[in-house]
Design a protein around this ligand. Structure first.
Ligand SMILES: *Cc1c(COP(=O)(O)O)cnc(C)c1O
Length: 361
């Protein structure tokens, strides 16, 4: 079976060496030496001045909303993973969905202003498949209306725009290091804050608001990363350039084999250094996508309807009633993410492409 993704596992002995280090220290969590080392290495790799490691990407979003003290309405995208929008609702705010751009699949900045009310406190947008949002237009709107900006950068590991990390945009960017992501710690995530004070708040909040031996500064939660998870990250990080290079090669094979059969791809703007985290393809319509999906599954190939459904259609995420987001709903009905991982073989890509072609034509 070929799954949509396959977690990169470092050589077992390398993880074992890290485990031995943990056994020697006898320290499993609470900002241990491996968590500190991983945070340092990630700041270097990602070219960011600071970063707070957390237990997963969902807690990263929740902490971002909490640390920025957001209330009321948060303008967001319906074309993202469900965690983006549920984090808003979980924090007691209201998600206000704005449709996406048909080329980049990220939130359409032209539609944001119409959705802003006096209750709006922030914009929470996703860099979809690692493809950057229109960060400049969003920044301008945020300044005009005095709003905070959070980017769900769960897909953005290593992505650069005009030579700079995409994570430097917005007040806060959040990362996920889940096992299905390009870089992973099995479960994990990070919060990257523009303002050092906000970062300090995240640091306090992720450990119960607890500082020093007996001081409790504010309401917090437990969102700490353990040493065992950091150990995995430290083993995966040195391989990540190689992982990205192999994924890039896979994407090039797909591009070649799937050319000329009427498929569409997201447009990646000029100046973007992409990470090949996903390989999404858009089919001409829902029926064709479903026919191809069935053919793939019959051949032991598991694509993923990602993202599906368009989140504005989920009743529990709606503000008052259904708000139509036609571009997102249409896209969600006919997009598939094809298998994409570093160890995927050229022959597998050839086979997948042949099944797709046969089902389409
Ligand atoms: C994976 C993902 C998340 C959630 O991250 P977890 O680490 O699984 O909690 C949130 N948003 C997006 C866009 C994701 O892809």
């Amino acid at each position: 079976m070929i799954n949509v993704t396959k977690t990169f596992l470092p050589p077992f002995t390398e993880y074992q060496d890290r485990l031995q280090q943990i056994w020697r220290e006898g320290w499993l969590t609470n900002n241990g030496p491996l968590v500190k080392e991983l945070a340092n290495e990630l700041c270097k790799y990602l070219c960011v001045p600071r970063l707070e490691l957390v237990a997963n990407g969902t807690l990263a979003l929740q902490l971002a909303i909490k640390a920025l003290e957001l209330t009321g309405e948060i303008v967001t995208t319906p074309f993202t993973y469900v965690a983006t929008a549920t984090a808003i609702v979980w924090e007691g705010c209201t998600s206000v969905f704005v449709d996406i751009d048909e080329n980049t699949f990220c939130i359409n900045p032209e539609l944001i202003e119409k959705a802003i009310t006096e209750r709006t406190s922030a914009i929470l947008a996703t860099h979809v498949y690692g493809n950057p949002c229109d960060v400049e237009k969003i920044e301008k709107i945020a300044q005009k209306y005095n709003l905070k900006v959070i980017y769900d950068a769960a897909h953005c590991f290593g992505v650069k725009i005009n030579g700079q990390s995409i994570l430097l945009h917005g007040d806060v960017s959040t990362l996920s290091f889940h096992a299905t992501k390009l870089f992973h710690t099995a479960e994990g995530g990070a919060v990257v804050c523009r303002d050092a004070k906000v970062s300090e708040r995240v640091s306090l909040m992720k450990k119960f608001g607890h500082h020093g031996e007996n001081d409790y500064f504010e309401v917090g939660i437990n969102a700490k990363m353990s040493e065992l998870h950091a150990a995995m990250g430290l083993c995966v990080l040195p391989k990540v350039d190689e992982i990205i290079a192999r994924r890039r090669q896979c994407a090039e094979y797909y591009n070649e084999f799937l050319d000329g059969i009427g498929l569409r791809w997201p447009h990646i703007p000029a100046g973007v250094e992409y990470n090949y985290g996903y390989y999404p393809v858009v089919f001409p319509n829902h029926e064709t996508m479903m026919r191809v999906r069935e053919a793939l599954i019959k051949n032991g190939i598991m694509p993923r309807r990602y993202f599906y459904p368009s989140l504005n259609t989920l009743p529990y995420l709606q503000q008052h009633s259904y708000v139509s987001c036609p571009v997102s709903e249409n896209l969600a009905s006919r997009i598939l993410c094809l298998p994409m991982y570093d160890s995927l073989l050229k022959d597998d890509i050839l086979k997948i492409s042949k099944v797709i072609k046969d089902a389409i034509l």
